[in-house]
Design a protein around this ligand. Structure first.
Ligand code: DGL
Length: 263
């Protein structure tokens, strides 16, 4: 099969990477996609380094068996722990694109105030993130906000309502008197609670931009497909999306397609 007609593989610890897949389908609609979510093992963001690395490599093997031509690690946690090792092993075989918290667009905002970065505890502890933070902390005060427990709610399909609102209110309460320039969603699950977060911030009288890294990641994927000359050439076709999940229940597959179609 012509490389250009093979699918692009997406991986996340669960349903979160679907927020990135959604952007990919919007920007590159003629490509085919295979998505693997490891919901049985989610959350990754509180696990140890070696375990996250092993799970990531297992997931990539699964996707390679689906004949993918490129890989998107649509998980900030797995990217921060395993992307360098993945590149060492697979460079020359396929392009590998990771996602990292979108600090760069956040610091470009002219507005004053702190930049709050919501992510898993592991992402915020890793060198990869701390080096990124050092690079930008001369421009704004950057405040880490680890959010253990939030991925679990989203994995259950709970993206709005009392439980999510209470969780977010409690997290933002310490910042009630602070000026906030932007909130960065540094975990691919969090774009699914963006509307609830906007509501909570509005109720606190805060006009804040909420940013995630999915568009930057998909633009990078597009550049890589062009560089390797493996972008699908038929601009008239409509690609398809196949979703697999280690949990393998009807509910998780239904939730995955529902999130893919959500606004
Ligand atoms: N979507 C993953 C991320 O971007 C969540 C990791 C987890 O399972 O805790 O970090």
């Amino acid at each position: 099969m012509d490389m250009r007609n093979r699918p692009i593989g997406f991986f996340d610890s669960g349903v979160g990477g679907i927020s990135v897949l959604k952007q990919a389908v919007a920007i590159l609609p003629n490509e085919d996609y295979v998505y693997f979510g490891d919901s049985i093992k989610a959350p990754y963001g509180v696990k140890n380094h070696d375990e996250i690395k092993k799970l990531t490599f297992d997931a990539v093997k699964f996707l390679l068996n689906k004949d993918i031509k490129a890989l998107v690690v649509a998980c900030n946690t797995a990217t921060s722990v395993a992307i360098e090792d993945l590149r060492k092993k697979y460079t020359g075989i396929m392009p590998i694109v990771g996602i990292e918290p979108a600090l760069k667009p956040a610091v470009e905002f002219k507005s004053q105030g702190k930049i709050i970065i919501m992510a898993t505890p592991v992402t915020l502890l890793e060198d990869k993130f701390n080096n990124l933070m050092k690079k930008y902390s001369n421009k704004h005060k950057i405040q880490k906000m680890p959010c253990p427990g939030l991925v679990e709610l989203i994995e259950e399909g709970i993206t709005c309502g009392e439980r999510v609102e209470e969780y977010l209110k409690e997290k933002f309460l310490p910042f009630k008197d602070d000026e906030i320039a932007a909130v960065v969603l540094g975990c691919t699950h969090y774009p699914f609670i963006k509307n609830t977060l906007s509501k909570v911030l509005n109720e606190m009288d805060k006009k804040v931009s909420i940013i995630d890294g999915s568009i930057g990641t998909v633009n990078q994927l597009k550049r890589q497909l062009l560089k390797y000359d493996i972008k699908c050439l038929d601009n008239n076709r409509v690609g398809n999306v196949k979703i697999f999940n280690s949990l393998n229940t009807d509910n998780i597959i239904k939730l995955s397609y529902k999130l893919l179609k959500s606004q």
